[in-house]
Every structure is written in structure tokens, then in C-alpha cells.
Design a protein around this ligand. Structure first.
Ligand code: UTP
Length: 298
């Protein structure tokens, strides 16, 4: 039987240069979509998938992330005294049971693969999930939950995949696929950021993975790859070569690339439009501004 996935790694040690100067002092993962930081979306998705141990790979300057998951007794007391029970409830989702969360440091930003490898001792000898909080996925059934359910049948390694237009494919890790069965793709290879004419398919890998400990062993022997970084893609590609035991999973949902400014803005608008308290105001604003009406600030 396939072992249940209960641990997730959140690599959050990147420099976040695309959001400078904001990320000079604020971790990218604390930037908010409407009123929740990116990391909260990632944690909620992991919880829905049955994850009970949360491993953060952090770096210098990311202490705001650690504080975010701490209890805030003074704040809770003052909300309770003011009778603000709804806000108190919202705050509860941000705290973790003692011992459920662990932080490990990546001392140098040597790449995503290296960040995951830094967590190897906390992961141990069991399958684990990796969630990149930059990729926010709006879905009826949260993306990682879809994958965990599929993984219970397949075992092995699984990467989230989506089809992207040919002119965008070179921005992604790309799968070379064999047989397709429903949402499952058999893989024959995986390449990081191929030239548009070299891409083996239009199936891009995005930031959700379920991996076996063998990937950690592969990472331990990896040399730097594309961009001078230790690439997770290379360790997965090696696994495809050696065991063939890697599936692509075409998730159901809409993914926003919140690591880029354009993607972050689109997600902000899409999530705000889902909110009863904001929709009408935002719709009015968007229709006026797109018709060139000048709007005086309130
Ligand atoms: P990105 O490629 O988006 O890099 O990393 P970045 O540093 O976060 O952002 P930019 O490109 O400079 O704007 C993808 C994910 O991998 C993590 C990042 O934190 C992000 O979640 N990562 C990347 C690490 O944890 N360590 C690294 O050395 C590199």
C-alpha cells in the first residue's frame, strides 16, 4: 500500500528579486492577496490534503514568516475584549499546533533543488509534498488534495502539470510525456526552461510535487544546472531515467503565478472578485477605469 503523505516542504528561501524593493524587508510569501498572505493559501491547501507536518526552508530576513505562525496573545486578548469573534476565528487559522511546524535554513540561495535537499533530515524516509507558495491555485478541490488522492493509487513521484501556450513554455520545467490516462501523464523526461523549439510538450510543471526520498538522494549528487542553481527538475529527470516512476497530474483549477507582478495582480483581482464584501465596489471601479473614466481617490 502507498504510504500516506503527511509532510510538506515549503521552500521560501529565494531572494524574491522580482518584487524588489518590497522584498528588501518583507518576505515575498507575506505579500497579501486581498487580506491573506501567500503563505496562508499554501498552508490551507496543505491542511486540506491531510498534511500534519509543515517544514519551511527559510533564509536570513524571513523572520516575519516565523512570527506569522506564532500565537499572538496580546492581539487575541484585545480582540476577545472587543467582542470581535469573527476576527479571532480568522486568527486561529494562522497558528499551528506545537511541534507541527519546523524551520530550517538554507544558508545560500543555491536553487530550489538545494532548498528541498536542506530539509532531508526532517523528511526522513517517507514520501513528502513540496508546495511553492508563489503558485496559488484556485480550485474547487484544492490542488494538493487532488494529487494526494491520485497518488494513493499510483505511488511513486508526482508533479502538477498544466498545458501552456507554445510561446510561454520556455519559462517552465516541461514534461516529455508518453501515455495519458485521464488526468495522469506517464513521463519520459523533464527539462528545465527549454527553448521554445526544443520543448518536448506543452505540459509545464508547476509548484506542487509529491516526491519519494530517492529524490533527496538524487539531489545530494546533483551538480548545478540551468541558471547555476541546483535544480529540482534535474533530480526528478534522473528519477524518470532510472525508474520511470514519475507521473504528471493535470490538476483541475486555475493557477496564478504570484512570483511575477502580472500574476500577482491578476490573482488579487480574481480573489477580490470572489468576495461578497468587495465584488461590487471592485467591479464598478474596474468598469470605470477600463472605460477611461478618471476616478478621484476617496
Ligand atoms: P523563484 O525562482 O521564484 O525565485 O523560486 P525567488 O528568489 O523566489 O524569486 P525571484 O525570481 O528572485 O523574483 C521558486 C521557489 O523556490 C524557492 C523560492 O523561495 C520560491 O518559493 N527557492 C528558490 C528557495 O527556497 N531557495 C533558492 O535557492 C531558490
Amino acid at each position: 500500500m502507498t504510504r500516506k503523505v503527511t509532510k510538506a516542504v515549503f521552500p521560501v528561501a529565494g531572494l524574491g528579486t522580482r518584487f524588489l524593493p518590497a522584498t528588501k524587508s518583507i518576505p515575498k510569501e507575506i505579500l497579501t492577496l486581498v487580506d491573506r498572505p501567500l503563505i496562508q493559501y499554501a498552508i490551507d491547501e496543505a491542511r486540506a490534503a491531510g498534511i500534519t507536518e509543515f517544514i519551511f526552508v527559510t533564509a536570513r530576513g524571513k523572520s516575519a514568516l516565523e512570527d506569522y505562525f506564532d500565537a499572538a496573545p496580546w492581539l487575541e486578548t484585545s480582540l476577545a475584549e472587543a467582542g470581535k469573534t469573527e476576527l479571532l476565528e480568522t486568527l486561529k487559522n494562522t497558528t499551528m499546533p506545537s511541534g507541527a511546524i519546523a524551520y530550517i535554513r538554507q544558508h545560500q540561495a543555491l536553487g530550489l533543488g538545494h532548498a528541498v535537499w536542506c530539509a532531508r533530515r526532517l523528511i526522513g524516509d517517507e514520501p513528502f509534498a513540496v508546495i511553492l507558495p508563489d503558485d496559488v491555485i484556485a480550485a474547487e478541490v484544492p490542488c494538493l488534495q487532488q494529487m494526494v488522492e491520485a497518488h494513493a493509487e499510483t505511488g511513486g513521484n508526482m508533479v502538477a502539470a498544466m498545458e501552456v501556450p507554445a510561446d510561454r513554455i520556455s519559462a517552465y520545467g516541461v514534461l516529455d510525456v508518453g501515455a495519458e490516462k485521464g488526468r495522469l501523464l506517464r513521463t519520459r523526461g523533464m527539462v528545465e526552461k527549454p527553448g521554445a523549439d526544443q520543448a518536448p510538450s506543452r505540459y509545464a510543471v508547476i509548484g506542487r510535487y509529491i516526491l519519494t526520498p530517492q529524490i533527496l538522494s538524487n539531489l545530494g549528487t546533483m551538480k548545478t544546472g540551468a541558471g547555476g542553481e541546483i535544480q529540482l527538475t534535474d533530480a526528478i529527470a534522473e528519477e524518470i531515467r532510472v525508474s520511470g516512476n514519475v507521473y504528471g497530474y493535470l490538476f483541475d483549477g486555475e493557477r496564478f503565478d504570484c512570483g511575477s507582478k502580472g500574476g500577482f495582480l491578476k490573482a488579487t483581482i480574481a480573489f477580490a472578485l470572489q468576495r461578497d464584501d468587495l465584488r461590487d465596489e471592485l467591479m464598478d471601479f474596474l468598469s470605470q477605469i477600463t472605460q477611461g473614466v478618471r476616478i478621484a481617490a476617496e
